[in-house]
Each structure stands twice: as structure tokens, then as C-alpha cells.
Design a protein around this ligand. Structure first.
Ligand SMILES: Cc1cc2nc3c(=O)[nH]c(=O)nc-3n(C[C@H](O)[C@H](O)[C@H](O)COP(=O)(O)OP(=O)(O)OC[C@H]3O[C@@H](n4cnc5c(N)ncnc54)[C@H](O)[C@@H]3O)c2cc1C
Length: 422
């Protein structure tokens, strides 16, 4: 059996960042990263790929090229973790033992989570930036008018803002194409607000109204019929006083009642985020929450990122049960806390850093050349980068933030974050 001092499951944003930071502090550490992927993807730019304003090839590098020098790369799937034996099992049947473990295999896309989704995806105008942003761009270019439906599931998803960013870009694109007057852009969401943090929600509502976007709240996607081209929603409120619809007084989108509390919306194009969950192998381990709302996600102290039952285990990134948005930006603030705490645990010190307070950020692209930088922490408390907010009101749409998204953040990701320097 192979043995390593530190084993990291997943060589994505979190795994590579943590490994690089650890090695910058101590190049003698014996670290193995387990990840079967050939490619490493800068996923945040997929929003821009879907709108035809970023080259897909520039979002992809080989996994080998981002693997930090000095790390042992085990190119395999992890299928199980036994924290009692300090051991992980690989798909090829081999086991790897560890002294310390970092769990960072990201999130799983559940294409079976909504009946009809698997059959519908990738054809006849059904697209997702989470799956194939190049097809999204094709759909936008071929759209001739009608209902352009944007939606998201009731499960947690990575980058919760992504389903609406592509909608704002699409709405502007349809205007440029001269088809806005024969198009209904619709956002159907299980939520009750456009965004959880008020300052940003206010700006986004202006964008919604400027584009005459129809908002459908309390709409939980239950089924897609790719033949009829209809999306079926369960209405999750029966309280008439709650505002379910915005910008759709006369039901111009033709929403139909389908039995008790079910609604159907016909689409001419549909963009959605598929349902998502923790990877299946994680769900069945003792490291995951066994029940409750966090069931399946890795159980960690939300400030130290340490597992409460196995103190040699940490987790971060999309797989960790943290009550904040799952983003790469969150990983950037989580990684130094995991690294610092790993050193404390390796030295048998009890004074762990509690510095992770839920920071996450959502670069809300609101059109071509426009962006709102939403930064927040636990309980949706606003948290702004002190340097940026000195010069820019990040609650408003800004061209400079768009430049940051399109050029600054990708540069920072590949050259600083993955090298453990940011
Ligand atoms: C369309 C879209 C837009 C986004 N926009 C933004 C944005 O604007 N800003 C932002 O900050 N974030 C954004 N994100 C989210 C961001 O990409 C993720 O939150 C981030 O990549 C999470 O890092 P991670 O390391 O947890 O997961 P990932 O980076 O996904 O890495 C997980 C790694 O684990 C590996 N793995 C999976 N299963 C196994 C296994 N069984 N064994 C071993 N390895 C395994 C995978 O191969 C992968 O390399 C966006 C994502 C998408 C899809």
C-alpha cells in the first residue's frame, strides 16, 4: 500500500491551491494529490464562453501543467474513504494511506435529478454553461425569438449566480440581434429573491427591469418534456400575498396550470443549472453529514474547516458543508485556513485558526462590459475587498469589474492562486 504524509483528494481549484501553499511553506512535505482528470478547467470563464466572449480553449490546461512540483500525482478516482484506518480506496482497487487528509473533490452534477433532463440536454435549444458552454453560445446565436427560459434547481449548486449571469448576457445579445421585442426572457427560480444580499439585489432588480425580464419565484423545476418543449414546476408557496411573478401581469409567457400547484412553461430555448450534490463516494463515508439539511456534504467546523470527528481531516471547496456560496473565490479564502491548521495539527498544537468566516464572491455579469462584484460572508453579510471598494462602488454595475472578470481573475487564477501565491 502506498503511504503519504498528506493526501489531497481532488486536484481542482481547492486541491491544487492547498498543495501549492503547503509546499511554499515547507517543500519537504510528502503530498499526494489523487485526481483522474486529464484537464484542469477555469470554470468561472464558462459564463463568458456561453455568451461568445471568451475562448473555450483558454479555460482549459492539462492537469499535469498545474500539478505543483514535488507532489505525487495519483491519477485515479477515489471510491471510498475509511477515516478509522486513515485510508482511501481507489477505483483500481489499490489503497493509499495518509497521516493527514484534505477532501476536495468538488461537486457532482446529477443529470438524473430531474426527469427528462438527460434526454433533453445538448439538443433542441436545451443548454447549460455547467455542461457545455459552447453549445449555449450556439443556442443563443440560433434563437429566433419566443420564450427564452433560464432556471435553476432547488439543490445547492456551484456559483449560484451563474444561471442568471448568462441570462443578462443573453438578454443584451437578443437586443443587439433585434429580436428582443419578440422574446420573453424568463427567470424561474425556487427562491424568493433575485439575490440573497440586499445591496446587490437592488442593482440586479434594475437590470431585470431594464431588460423586461419575467421573474417567477417559488418555482421548483420538477420535469422537462423535451418533445413538448415544456418545463414543469411545482409552486412552493400557496400564499397569494407572496409575489410570485414580476413583469408578467398579463401572463404573456403563456404559463399554464397543470394540476395542483404545478405550472408549465413552454420554452423555445432553455438554459439551466442541473441539480448537484456531493460526489457519491463522499456521501457514504463517515466524514459526511449523515442526516439533516447538510446530508452528504463533508462535515467540517465552518470556521476551522476541520472535521469534528477526525481531527487529521480537513475539507474545503464545493464538497464542504459550509453555509455560503460554493465558488472558487471562497476557496481562495478557505485554502490558507486549511494550510495553517494542517501545520498546527502536524505540530500537535490545539490553537486552530478560525479565520474562515464564509467569504465568497459572485462576479455578477449583468451585460457585455458590465459587472457587479458581490462579496459576502456567513449570514449574507456584505464583505468587500478593502482595496477594490476604495475605488469602486461594487454594488453598482462597473466596466472595470468586467475587465477584472475577463482578464484579471483568469490571470490571477493560473499565475497566482494555483501557484499558492494568492
Ligand atoms: C458555469 C460556472 C461558472 C462559475 N463561475 C464562478 C465565478 O464566477 N467565480 C467563482 O469564484 N467561481 C465560479 N464557479 C465555481 C468554481 O469553479 C468552483 O466553486 C470551484 O472550482 C470549486 O473548487 P473545487 O476544488 O471544490 O472543485 P473543482 O475545481 O471542480 O475540482 C474538483 C476536482 O476533483 C476531482 N475529482 C472529482 N471526483 C473525484 C474522485 N472520485 N477522485 C479524485 N478526484 C476527483 C475532479 O476531477 C476535479 O479536478 C463557476 C462554476 C461554473 C460551472
Amino acid at each position: 500500500m502506498k503511504t503519504h504524509q498528506i493526501v489531497i483528494i481532488g486536484g481542482g481549484t481547492a486541491g491544487i491551491t492547498v498543495a501549492s501553499q503547503l509546499l511554499r511553506k515547507d517543500s519537504k512535505l510528502d503530498i499526494a494529490i489523487i485526481d483522474p482528470a486529464d484537464k484542469h478547467i477555469y470554470q468561472p470563464a464558462w459564463t463568458l464562453v456561453g455568451a461568445g466572449t471568451f475562448d473555450m480553449a483558454d479555460t482549459i490546461r492539462t492537469e499535469a501543467s498545474v500539478m505543483p512540483d514535488g507532489v505525487t500525482w495519483i491519477k485515479e478516482f477515489v471510491t471510498d474513504i475509511d477515516p478509522d484506518k486513515n485510508q482511501v480506496t481507489l477505483k483500481d482497487g489499490e489503497s493509499v494511506s495518509y497521516e493527514y487528509l484534505v477532501v476536495a473533490p468538488g461537486i457532482q452534477i446529477d443529470m438524473d435529478g430531474i426527469p427528462g433532463l438527460k434526454e433533453a440536454m445538448g439538443k433542441d435549444g436545451v443548454c447549460s454553461n455547467y455542461v457545455d458552454p459552447e453549445y449555449t453560445w450556439k443556442v443563443l446565436q440560433e434563437f429566433k425569438g419566443g420564450n427564452a427560459l433560464f432556471t435553476q434547481p432547488a439543490t445547492p449548486i456551484k456559483c449560484g449566480g451563474a444561471p442568471q449571469k448568462i441570462m443578462y448576457l443573453a438578454a443584451e445579445y437578443f437586443q443587439k440581434q433585434g429580436i428582443a421585442d419578440k422574446t420573453n426572457v424568463i427567470f424561474a427560480t425556487p427562491g424568493s429573491v433575485i439575490f440573497g444580499v440586499k445591496d446587490f439585489a437592488q442593482t440586479l432588480m434594475k437590470v431585470v427591469n431594464r431588460n423586461n425580464i419575467v421573474l417567477k419565484y417559488f418555482h421548483k423545476l420538477e420535469r422537462i418534456d423535451p418533445v413538448e418543449k415544456k418545463a414543469y414546476y411545482r409552486l412552493t408557496t400557496t400564499d397569494d400575498s407572496q409575489c410570485v411573478s414580476v413583469n408578467d401581469d398579463s401572463n404573456q409567457i403563456g404559463e399554464e396550470i397543470e394540476g395542483e400547484a404545478m405550472m408549465a412553461i413552454k420554452y423555445d430555448m432553455l438554459h439551466l443549472a442541473p441539480p448537484q450534490s456531493a460526489p457519491d463516494f463522499v456521501k457514504k463515508t463517515k466524514l459526511a453529514h449523515q442526516d439533516g439539511p447538510n446530508k452528504g456534504w463533508v462535515n467540517v467546523n465552518i470556521n476551522t474547516l476541520q472535521n469534528p470527528d477526525y481531527t487529521n481531516v480537513f475539507s474545503l471547496g464545493d464538497v464542504a458543508a459550509l453555509p455560503t456560496a460554493k465558488t472558487g473565490a471562497a476557496v481562495r479564502k478557505q485554502a490558507p485556513v486549511v494550510v495553517e491548521n494542517l501545520f498546527h495539527v502536524m505540530k500537535n498544537e490545539k490553537n486552530l485558526s478560525k479565520d474562515y468566516t464564509g467569504y465568497s464572491s459572485c462576479p455578477l455579469v449583468t451585460g457585455y462590459g458590465k459587472m457587479v462584484l458581490a462579496e459576502f460572508g456567513y449570514n449574507n453579510v456584505r464583505m468587500s475587498d478593502p482595496l477594490i471598494s476604495k475605488f469602486v462602488d461594487t454594488t453598482k454595475e462597473n466596466w472595470s469589474m468586467w475587465i477584472l472578470k475577463k482578464y484579471g481573475l483568469p490571470y490571477m487564477y493560473w499565475n497566482l492562486m494555483l501557484k499558492g501565491k494568492a
